[in-house]
Design a protein around this ligand. Structure first.
Ligand SMILES: Nc1ncnc2c1ncn2[C@@H]1O[C@H](COP(=O)(O)OP(=O)(O)OP(=O)(O)O)[C@@H](O)[C@H]1O
Length: 554
């Protein structure tokens, strides 16, 4: 059933977080609590340290107080660490759950899209949407907005505590943090660009090697070795330069931050003991100085994280928009499950069919075809006349722009998945393996198909003895080296007939076979065609099997 699109392309981040929060209410509450506890607890240990140092420097230091304070310090440090890891775990679970929701939502959407979407978008861009764009979404949850909110809280809470300890240091931090943030962003951008250059160079290297190996004879024959070497060398040099740049930025950044934080602390300490008017702002006890040094050390790490988080958010926005566009694609009308009584006993009935992949270039216009029970029909026509397209329309992969396609009186796309294999079987040009053992190649892991049916289908095609000869028979794990190409094609026929469908669709099934293997397949097919209606694309098959020819196109 169609649900409301969770990603509003105008406000992608807001809509995606709203959706995630509403679908994970308890987790959202847990997350907010974890962030609050983690931030609050993490600012307390330096305050205890301050008390300890002040007590130690005072003349009347008492041991019990020091022991208590020390234990409290360790306890708070431990709680802060635990709270932090709980927060990180909840963020990860929240991210994983939310992306899982969105992934399933997208998968559902995919099954409701009309064929035009698959014609207009190539499979690569759709795959990238499901893999890369959803990955950026996962980053958005894992190391994007939520972590950024937590880091901002952390900085604000440190600044608040520092304000009470030393107003002067607070002013210094307040002034230097924006500058350091800009500096951090500049370094991060440059490092990212160096890493992207390196990735491009590595892709170039990865492409050059197999290409060279695949064309090694041609390269030797035409003496193109130096050209290939030069191309390979260029990518290796580009990768080396990019890595050097990245390492340089990385090695400069940390010393700059350490120098600046030391400088801030030095200025604070110097001013605290200098003129009396500065002392009001900077004056402090030894304990306060130790606590402040700890805070200055703590304030830079969230600052650095915020830079990375902004980067993740930026790439996630683009991904979210693409996901939002995909989710707002117009869906196809649910097919009518009505059965036309007049055509109920007709295996294939096509009336006034019109279909075009692209506007103005119709593949079919007002096309009619009726195939009666027990008939053996072969489609013929020149290359590009639309034979394969007709098969796809009959299988319900595409819908006609006008007219109707009916299989036993039903629109093919309205036949429920679990019934489909019982209505028609399809044999393609080449065997398409699935993961699992040899039995799975026939059943497609459908548990409702019995062992008896599997053996019957294999026996019908004559491949049963070859399967029984395999080390573990039907339980042998699939391997492309187990059978010949022709034997695999026999397996395709068994896969199509195992559910005993009354209709068989054969798409150039002998196209890739030599004449000896072709004969084997044709014999198997003759057995499979008995008491069935068959529609096929193949000249050779027509000659072998007889029946009626239907010409497509002119
Ligand atoms: N996915 C697609 N997107 C756009 N046009 C397509 C697509 N698939 C096929 N066509 C076009 O539709 C027309 C019919 O193609 P189709 O593959 O059905 O012909 P065919 O008769 O099966 O050809 P062949 O005998 O070469 O397999 C051709 O002009 C082809 O270029």
């Amino acid at each position: 059933m169609s649900q409301k699109n969770p990603v509003d392309t105008k406000r992608p981040l807001y809509s995606i977080f709203r959706y995630a929060a509403l679908h994970n209410k308890k987790l959202t509450i847990g997350l907010v609590l974890a962030i609050l506890i983690s931030v609050t607890v993490s600012v307390t240990p330096p305050l205890i340290l301050r008390r300890i140092v002040d007590e130690l420097t005072a003349e009347n230091a008492t041991l019990p107080f020091l022991i208590q304070a020390g234990l409290l310090y360790f306890a708070l440090t431990a709680v802060s660490g635990i709270a932090d890891s709980v927060k990180e775990t909840i963020i990860t679970i929240f991210g994983q759950r939310s992306t899982r929701h969105i992934r399933s939502f997208m998968a559902d959407k995919l099954s409701r899209l009309p064929s035009s979407v698959f014609i207009e978008n190539d499979s690569g861009s759709l795959a990238s949407l499901f893999v890369n764009d959803v990955d950026t979404l996962e980053d958005l949850f894992d190391s994007g907005i939520i972590s950024m909110i937590s880091d901002v809280f952390r900085i604000v809470s440190i600044l608040c505590v520092v304000y009470f300890l030393s107003k002067g240091l607070m002013i210094l931090l307040f002034l230097s943090l924006p500058i350091l943030f800009l500096l951090t962003r500049t370094f991060q951008r440059r490092m990212l660009s160096a890493q992207l250059d390196n990735r491009k160079a590595v892709a170039g290297i990865n492409q050059a090697i197999p290409e060279t190996i695949a064309s090694i004879r041609t390269i030797r024959l035409y003496h193109r070795e130096s050209f290939m070497e030069e191309r390979y060398g260029k990518s290796v040099r580009a990768g080396f330069d990019a890595m050097n740049r990245s390492n340089l930025y990385d090695s400069i950044y940390s010393p700059i931050i350490i120098t600046v934080s030391s400088l801030i602390i030095a200025i604070t300490v110097v001013l605290s003991v200098s003129r009396s008017d500065f002392q009001a702002l900077f004056g402090m006890s030894a304990g306060t100085a130790v606590a402040l040094i700890a805070y200055v050390g703590k304030v830079f790490s969230p600052l650095e994280s915020i830079g990375m988080e902004i980067q993740n958010i930026q790439s996630a926005i683009a991904g979210c928009k693409r996901i939002g566009d995909f989710l707002s694609e117009k869906e196809m009308e649910p097919p009518s499950a009505a059965v036309s009584e007049k055509e109920e006993n007709i295996p294939i009935s096509i009336r006034h069919l019109s279909f075009a992949y692209e506007d103005g270039e119709p593949v079919f216009h007002n096309f009619d075809l009726t195939i009666h029970e027990g008939e053996n029909v072969t489609l013929i026509g020149r290359t590009g006349s639309g034979k394969s397209t007709l098969f796809k329309l009959i299988c319900g992969l595409y819908q006609p722009s006008e007219g109707t396609v009916r299989i036993f009186g039903r629109a093919p796309e309205s036949i429920p998945e679990e019934e489909r294999r019982k209505v028609f079987g399809l044999v393609e040009q080449q065997f398409k393996p699935v993961s699992g053992n040899m039995r799975d190649q026939i059943t497609l892991s459908d548990p409702s198909i019995s062992e008896e049916d599997v053996r019957r289908a294999l026996a019908e095609t004559g491949i049963l003895p070859a399967i029984e000869d395999l080390p573990e028979g039907l339980d042998t794990p699939y391997d492309p080296g187990l059978l010949s190409q022709g034997q695999f094609q026999l397996l395709s026929i068994a896969r199509a007939t195992v559910t005993n469908p009354p209709l068989l669709l054969l798409d150039e099934i002998t196209a890739n076979l030599d004449s000896v293997t072709e004969k084997q397949v044709l014999d198997a097919l003759r057995a499979a065609s008995e008491k069935r209606t068959v529609l096929s694309i193949s000249h050779r098959l027509f000659e072998a099997a007889g029946g009626r020819q239907v010409r497509i196109g002119h």
